[in-house]
Design a protein around this ligand. Structure first.
Ligand SMILES: Nc1ncnc2c1ncn2[C@@H]1O[C@H](COP(=O)(O)OP(=O)(O)O)[C@@H](O)[C@H]1O
Ligand SMILES: O=P(O)(O)OC[C@H]1O[C@](O)(COP(=O)(O)O)[C@@H](O)[C@@H]1O
Ligand SMILES: [Mg+2]
Length: 530
């Protein structure tokens, strides 16, 4: 089948600065392009055929369907590039070519045809599926070092590693690209229009990775796209690095849209941040490992306390607004936990198969028990009992009711009323302690890679993108892909089964629900086997 670029995707084809055919793929924002004419690699073959359009600089026809029935469909979910709306931008050789450090690297620059697969577990008849542009330095950059005026902002809740990301953006821009103008926007999005900026240099940020929190401070709410972009324009900023979670990335997408509308040469790069690990597409968010490690200290303390008394019940509340990853991983890592409650898995207290029955049983068996609780667990249940009105924070996030205190009181009431046994309740709430610490060694390295990927992407002229590892390879991901859904613990995945096997806790599903779930799984198996 002959491949040609459709007219809607050819905006930048006239630019002599865009010789690479894969750049042409990205000539419209967040375009999905599929290539049904490519044979997928034979499962037995050891070589992966290089798509012919990449080798021959051939134009490509845009296809709307991502799903090919028999394995051929290759889809590049591309990110926008400044030349999409500024086709005549000049480019320059990447200064890394002169870098002593990178001189020894076999392949300093990422080929414009490199892509990262979203799915790495495949069947022999699978479509090749969705891919993202591989992150990393490009041979040509679209900013001259002296022209760059970058800024960094941090928004939303804290997370271990934010300071490392800030430090490495500053050092990356400075040492790899010779950039001298880097501004710190203070106090989140509203800092663009209500605060003065900080001048950031490698010297200023030298030690900040050793501290928790954010050197630039943060806030919720206050996103005003027009005011922010006015300010970007007024200050002559042309690279914006935005560190934040799902809300922040939605804000970054709006900033990019406005920048594009005004035709500004401004690269907008998002670096995903959240302690909850609920950002879609990427393998894991930075700081998550550090938080899970820190949570061990609280769980250990709870275990030591309850083991030392009669009928000790330790409750540890961890962060996790809509997803229970911290609780799940902290529980699995500890092995001292008897029960883990997360937002994704509803639970109930009284009656057969309920939490209280399980507590009684564990106390009889072991004389103590530890419950790990994600803060978002059981919210509907508590709301019913407390008739609470749904309050929100400045960003519009639902304010949670304190499930830890609530559960503590309910369990105490239960045992007091029945006078069955005297219990010793220890409630530990380390929620802020696990996110207010500096990142551990592996998160520090992860943060460095994220920051450098963002810098390379912005220098290469990409804009309106988020960086992150997909199957361990760093990629440039369209912002909408990380904001349209949230990552949650899948109760039907093996990880949750591992947890249930390790704690041997009840599933809190009644017979009907259990049967429904078995039927669903069976019908899925039947459908797949047809
Ligand atoms: N839908 C949205 N559109 C634009 N800005 C948003 C949106 N949601 C949140 N923001 C802004 O992003 C910032 C951080 O959002 P928040 O939800 O508090 O944290 P996080 O980014 O960590 O999820 C706030 O300044 C908020 O105003
Ligand atoms: O008290 P704060 O600062 O609003 O933060 C509490 C919330 O922040 C979180 O850590 C998530 O924050 P983000 O949305 O910024 O990632 C939640 O786990 C928690 O509910
Ligand atoms: Mg959020």
């Amino acid at each position: 089948m002959e491949s040609t670029i459709s007219s809607s995707l050819s905006g930048s084809s006239s630019s002599p600065l865009l010789p690479s055919p894969s750049r042409r793929l990205g000539s419209k924002s967040q375009a999905s392009v599929s290539f049904p004419n490519l044979r997928h690699p034979s499962f037995k073959s050891r070589t992966f055929p290089v798509p012919s359009f990449w080798r021959q600089n051939k134009p490509i026809r845009s296809q709307s369907s991502n799903h090919q029935p028999h394995g051929d469909g290759f889809v590049l979910e591309d990110v926008p590039h400044l030349t999409d709306f500024l086709p005549n931008l000049p480019s320059y050789p990447n200064p890394l070519q002169q870098s002593q450090a990178y001189a020894v690297v076999k392949k300093t620059f990422v080929s414009s045809s490199d892509a990262v697969a979203q799915e790495v577990v495949v069947q022999d008849d699978s479509p090749r599926g969705v891919h993202f542009r591989r992150a990393g330095p490009r041979e040509k950059v679209f900013f001259h070092s002296k022209e760059v005026r970058a800024c960094i902002v941090t928004c939303g809740g804290l997370c271990p590693g934010i300071n490392t990301v800030i430090r490495e953006i500053v050092c990356g821009l400075s040492y790899m690209y010779g950039v001298e103008e880097i501004l710190g926007i203070e106090g989140g999005y509203r800092g663009f229009y209500s605060k003065n900026t900080l001048q950031l240099t490698p010297k200023v940020v030298n030690d900040i990775h050793k501290r928790g929190g954010t050197f630039l401070r943060t806030s919720r709410g206050g996103h005003d796209t027009h005011k922010i972009v006015d300010n970007i324009q007024d200050r002559g900023i042309n690279q914006v690095y935005i560190i934040g979670g799902d809300g922040t990335q939605k804000g970054a997408a709006l900033i990019y849209k406005e920048v594009e509308k005004r035709g500004l040469k401004v690269a907008v790069a998002g670096i995903p941040k959240t302690i909850d690990n609920d950002i879609a597409v990427i393998d894991k968010s930075f700081g998550f490992d550090t938080a899970v490690e820190e949570a061990q200290r609280a769980i250990n303390a709870a275990h030591v306390e309850v083991e030392s008394v009669e009928n000790g019940i330790g409750i540890v509340k961890l962060m996790g607004r809509y997803s229970g990853f911290i609780a799940l991983y902290a529980t699995l890592a500890s092995r001292d936990v008897d029960c883990c409650l997360i937002p994704e898995s509803p639970f109930y207290l009284e009656g057969q198969g309920g939490l209280v029955e399980f507590i009684e049983q564990r106390l009889k068996e072991n004389g103590h028990m530890v419950i790990v609780l994600a803060e978002g667990a059981g919210q509907e249940y508590i709301a019913q009992h407390m008739h609470a009105a749904g309050e929100k924070d400045a960003s519009g996030n639902k304010l949670l009711l304190d499930v830890g205190l609530w559960l503590t009181e309910r369990i105490k009431d239960h045992f007091a009323k029945g006078q069955k046994m005297a219990i010793n309740m220890k409630y530990i709430d380390p929620t802020y302690m696990i996110r207010a610490i500096p990142s551990n060694a592996s998160d520090n390295i992860y943060c460095t890679l994220l920051a450098h990927s963002a810098v390379h992407g912005a220098m290469a002229g990409y804009s309106g993108f988020t960086v992150g590892p997909v199957n361990s390879r760093h990629a440039y991901i369209p912002i909408s892909r990380v904001t349209e859904t949230q990552n949650t613990v899948k109760l039907t995945d093996r990880m949750w089964a591992r947890l249930l096997a390790s704690t041997n806790q009840p599933s809190f599903l009644d017979r009907n629900e259990m049967q429904q779930r078995v039927d669903l799984i069976n019908s899925n198996i039947e459908n797949t086997s047809i």
